[in-house]
Design a protein around this ligand. Structure first.
Ligand code: E4P
Length: 224
């Protein structure tokens, strides 16, 4: 199981990288805009500095034609480093770009996925990750959990090495649904991650234990 953060916010990345078993960071132009990362490459290099080279960093192309996407990928790899996963929209132009990038040995994450069909095309292009947009599918009345379950099953049957990196979550239940359905990885926004621990029952349980410990050993906060 891989857990990634869908953000370009450096403070959030520092914090959660210290606290969770983070596998990597995913970004897209909207996320970079939200984090006011005007100097995009500076921000991406800063993210890499925090997470190190053992964790993956996913960066999206912005070009519209396959040739522009390949050019964008080269620039990203040159400005950040060669191990970046290049996010490519799963469109006809994107699929052509995936073919060209695959030949160059570039790590690829197929993105902007709303259907099983797109994921099967990405699988055949032998991408590393496929990012289905869970909440956006739900908003289109698509059973996102079933879509992921179907693709996970087909991936297993065909021996595909492309991993499902489910994305676009608006609550914790969607995240666990994607994992239950067979996604090998998820990328989650910091608001959703924070909300997972904001259950008042959790803090009430911890406060109860602290109070009982204090009753037993007033003034002592640790065992020593
Ligand atoms: C990640 O790959 C996607 O770009 C992202 O999760 C989309 O999320 P949103 O639907 O919240 O914009």
């Amino acid at each position: 199981m891989e857990f990634m953060l869908d953000t370009a916010d450096l403070a959030a990345i520092e914090y959660w990288n210290d606290h969770l078993q983070l596998s990597g960071i995913t970004t897209n132009p909207t996320i970079l805009k939200k984090a006011a990362a005007v100097d995009v490459f500076d921000r991406l290099r800063a993210i890499r500095k925090i997470i190190g080279t053992a964790k993956c960093l996913h960066v999206q192309v912005v070009g519209e034609s396959a040739e522009e996407m390949v050019k964008d990928a080269a620039r990203i790899l040159q400005e950040v480093d060669q191990s970046v996963y290049i996010k490519v929209p799963t469109t006809p132009e994107g699929l052509k770009a995936m073919k060209l990038l695959k030949r160059k040995g570039v790590h690829i994450t197929a993105t902007a996925i709303y259907s099983e069909f797109q994921m099967y095309q990405a699988m055949m292009a032998k991408v590393d990750y496929m990012a289905p947009y869970f909440n956006r599918m739900v908003n289109q009345n698509v059973d996102a959990k079933q879509v992921i379950a179907n693709v996970a099953k087909t991936g297993k049957r065909t021996g595909s090495k492309s991993k499902i990196l489910a994305a676009s979550f608006h609550n914790v239940q969607e995240v666990t649904d994607a994992l239950d359905a067979g996604a090998q990885a998820v990328t989650v926004g910091v608001d959703v991650v924070a909300s997972a621990f904001a259950n008042p029952a959790i803090s009430a349980a911890v406060a109860g234990f602290a109070q009982d410990w204090q009753d037993l050993h007033p003034g002592k906060h640790v065992y020593d």
